[in-house]
Design a protein around this ligand. Structure first.
Ligand code: CDT
Length: 314
């Protein structure tokens, strides 16, 4: 029997600083219901979907910072999403900022997270972002900050996969998608579907010469990751002008062929839908990317033994 899953890439337009979680969740519910109308099994929302992209600001007041995080998922504002998912029989994946507070010590841990929820409203798993881009100190020369290294810890669990939606599903978040290791580690666990939320400003302050290539690089990395690992990839943006900062859109559903089969064409709230045949993955996983047959890990040891480049002697 063919394993097909109908996927929705639920792009969000901007979420401004003064938009409440309740208002954003109404937008998510609307997209989830659109997904149901289109026969979706799974609707994917962006990174940090519940709030504006707050790492663009240097925040020194801890109470002010804490308000951007969720201390429970589902929590009071998001339970309704889980309930509606179960009622509609449509799963979802949602990016959010997580604040864990140790009840004994009061120690705080902060992660950039994505949760995966099945069609019955049950939580399948939570991924915590590994590759945190940007910087950890205020850099006033920038037009805007990118303080993910200040506001989050790298996820301690790496890149896991889960059996869900009749297949093997993994998650990654935004900057993770630029790193081939992200996809390969999941590919080595048989991933057939990788869900990625992102918030990517058009302007990259340290390398403005890349700005004109933002959309190209976005698709380049996700299409390569899909093809080289024989997996479906869903990449979903929070797009448009958020607090005066333009963000790329281009949310896309990519087949294991590396081809984009559906994509968003606006910078606003928009759903792109595709029917994904998970059995198509096998055509790549058992031929050109038959890992067991062709990989040569002895030649790749540098990938786990060093971080930066080690140049040959002069
Ligand atoms: N959210 C996120 O990871 N964004 C980065 C921005 C560029 S690096 C400052 C990205 O890779 O798209």
């Amino acid at each position: 029997m063919t394993r097909t899953v109908t996927l929705g890439a639920a792009q969000l337009g901007p979420v401004q600083r003064d938009h409440s979680r309740k208002d954003v969740v109404e937008r998510l519910l609307d997209l989830l219901r659109q997904g149901a109308e289109h026969g979706c099994d799974l609707v994917v929302f962006p990174e940090l979907a519940l709030t504006t992209f707050f790492p663009r600001w240097y925040i020194t007041d801890e109470a002010e910072l804490d308000q951007w995080y969720e201390t429970a998922m589902p929590g009071p504002d998001t339970q309704v999403l889980f309930d509606e998912a179960a009622r509609l029989g449509v799963g979802f994946s949602l990016g959010y900022a997580e604040l864990q507070v140790d009840p004994a010590t009061g120690d705080k841990h902060r992660y950039n997270c994505q949760v995966l929820v099945e069609r019955d409203g049950s939580t399948v798993g939570t991924y915590r972002k590994v590759h945190l881009p940007g910087h950890s100190e205020n850099e006033p020369w920038r037009a805007f900050q990118h303080l993910e290294k200040r506001y989050f810890e790298p996820g301690p669990d790496g890149f896991g996969v889960w059996r869900a939606f009749d297949g093997i599903v993994g998650m990654a978040i935004c900057n993770d998608r630029r790193w081939p290791e992200t996809y390969r580690v999941m590919g080595l666990q048989g991933a057939e579907l990788i869900l990625i939320g992102y918030n990517t400003p058009v302007h990259n302050p340290p390398a403005p010469e890349h700005d004109r290539l933002g959309d190209f690089h976005n698709h380049l990395v996700m299409q390569s990751g899909a093809y080289q690992n024989g997996t479906w990839v869903v990449g979903v943006a929070k797009a448009g002008d958020e607090e005066g900062i333009p963000m790329i859109g281009g949310s896309a559903i990519i087949a294991p062929t590396g081809e984009i089969v559906a994509r968003c064409v606006t910078d606003g709230d928009e759903l792109a839908v595709a029917v994904a045949d998970l059995d198509l993955c096998a055509s790549y996983k058992t031929s050109v990317f038959d890992f067991a047959k062709h990989r040569q890990p002895w030649a790749y040891t540098r990938i786990t033994e060093q971080t930066g480049a080690v140049l040959p002697p002069e």
